[in-house]
Write a protein that binds this ligand. Structure first.
Ligand SMILES: Nc1ncnc2c1ncn2[C@@H]1O[C@H](COP(=O)(O)OP(=O)(O)OP(=O)(O)O)[C@@H](O)[C@H]1O
Ligand SMILES: [Mg+2]
Length: 246
C-alpha cells in the first residue's frame, strides 16, 4: 500500500474578534478514509469547496490534521493548479527544478545533470531553457516545469491538485498523457484531483466523490461512471456534458 488515509479531519475556525463567539467551524475534511496501491491513481472529485485541496494539503504536510492518520510509504510531492503562481517568477528554471536537490546538498554539477534529464522526461528540451524564467514559457510548458520539479527526487507519490484545470482544453490532453507516461515509466502513485469528471475518468483507477468534507462514494472508475450508487454522484454526473454516446 502506498498511501493510507484514516478518518482524517480538518476544521477551519473563523478567527478575529468579530467571529469570536458562536460561529460554526468549516468542516473542510470530516472523516475521510481511503487507500491507494503503488503505481495506481486515486481520483478525487467534488464541487468547489467540498474539501479536495484540503485533503491534498494534509497529505503533503502543508496542513496538519485535527485528527486522523496519514501513512505514506515514501516521499510525496505536489503539483498545483496554477503554474503562474506556483513557480517563483524570479527564479530560473534550473533553480526551480533543482532546488530540492541543492537543499539536500547535491552539487551544482550533479543537479544540473539531473535537471536536464528531468526536463527531457517532461519533454521540455528547448536549448537554453534551463536559464529562462517562468514567464518565458506557455501555460502548458509551465505545468511541465512544475511536474519536473515534483518528480526530480523520484518521489513514490505525487498529489496533483487540478493540474490541467487552468490550461486550454487543447493542451490538457498532452499533459494528461505525459502524466500517464511518467506514471508507467517511474512507477508513480497519484492522487489526482479535479472537478472535471471526464478528466478523472481518463486518469483514475479508483474514484472518491467528495461532498461537504466527506467521501460519499468510493468505487472503481468504471463503476462510478456506469453504476453510481450515491445519489450525489448521479447528480454530479448529470451536471456534466457526456463524452460517451448513451
Ligand atoms: N485556510 C483556510 N481557512 C479557512 N477556511 C478554509 C481554508 N482553506 C479552505 N477553507 C474552506 O474549507 C472548505 C474546503 O476548501 P477546499 O479548498 O479544500 O475545497 P476544494 O474542494 O478544493 O474546492 P475547489 O474545487 O474550489 O478548489 C471551503 O469551505 C473553504 O472555504
Ligand atoms: Mg481546490
Amino acid at each position: 500500500m502506498m498511501l493510507r488515509v484514516i478518518e482524517l479531519k480538518k476544521y477551519f475556525r473563523a478567527r478575529g474578534p468579530l467571529f469570536r463567539s458562536g460561529r460554526e467551524p468549516v468542516r473542510a475534511v470530516d472523516g475521510v478514509s481511503f487507500s491507494i496501491e503503488k503505481g495506481r491513481t486515486f481520483g478525487l472529485v467534488g464541487e468547489s469547496g467540498s474539501g479536495k485541496s484540503t485533503v491534498a494539503k494534509l497529505i503533503v504536510n502543508i496542513l496538519r490534521p485535527d485528527s486522523g492518520r496519514i501513512i505514506v510509504n515514501g516521499d510525496c510531492d505536489i503539483v498545483f493548479q496554477d503554474p503562474f503562481s506556483s513557480l517563483n517568477p524570479r527564479m530560473r528554471i534550473r533553480d526551480i527544478v533543482g532546488e530540492s536537490l541543492r537543499i539536500r546538498g547535491i552539487s551544482r554539477r550533479e543537479t544540473e545533470k539531473r535537471v536536464k534529464e528531468t526536463l527531457a522526461l517532461v519533454r521540455l528540451e528547448r536549448t537554453g531553457c534551463i536559464d529562462k524564467y517562468p514567464h518565458q514559457f506557455s501555460g502548458g510548458e509551465r505545468q511541465r516545469i512544475a511536474i519536473a520539479r515534483a518528480i526530480i527526487r523520484h518521489p513514490g507519490m505525487i498529489v496533483l491538485d487540478e493540474p490541467v484545470s487552468s490550461l486550454d482544453v487543447s493542451i490538457q490532453a498532452g499533459i494528461l498523457n505525459l502524466l500517464k507516461d511518467l506514471q508507467q515509466g517511474l512507477g508513480l502513485t497519484y492522487v489526482f484531483i479535479s472537478h472535471d469528471l471526464r478528466v478523472v475518468e481518463f486518469m483514475a483507477d479508483t474514484v472518491g466523490v467528495m461532498k461537504d468534507g466527506k467521501l460519499v462514494e468510493i468505487a472503481s472508475s468504471r463503476e462510478i461512471y456506469t453504476a453510481p450508487r450515491a445519489e450525489y454522484t448521479r447528480h454530479l454526473l448529470n451536471s456534466i456534458p457526456r463524452i460517451r454516446p448513451e
